[in-house]
Unconditional design. Structure first.
Length: 58
């Protein structure tokens, strides 16, 4: 469940930047959102690989 916690923490950490970008038009916040979403994508890919490996073990 630690991976779930990582995902949750990452998503929650982006909340302020999402608000700044979408509600206030802050383009620097948009850059941080894009980076955070890339990190989320990479983390999701790691989790997918881990799940697939465990599934194939047994």
């Amino acid at each position: 469940m630690s991976k779930f916690s990582e995902v949750s923490t990452l998503v929650n950490s982006l909340k302020d930047d999402f608000e700044k970008f979408y509600e206030k038009g802050n383009s620097a916040a948009g850059t941080r959102v894009r980076k955070g979403m890339q990190d989320l994508k990479n983390l999701a890919q790691e989790i997918r690989k881990e799940v697939q490996d465990k599934k194939n073990e047994g």
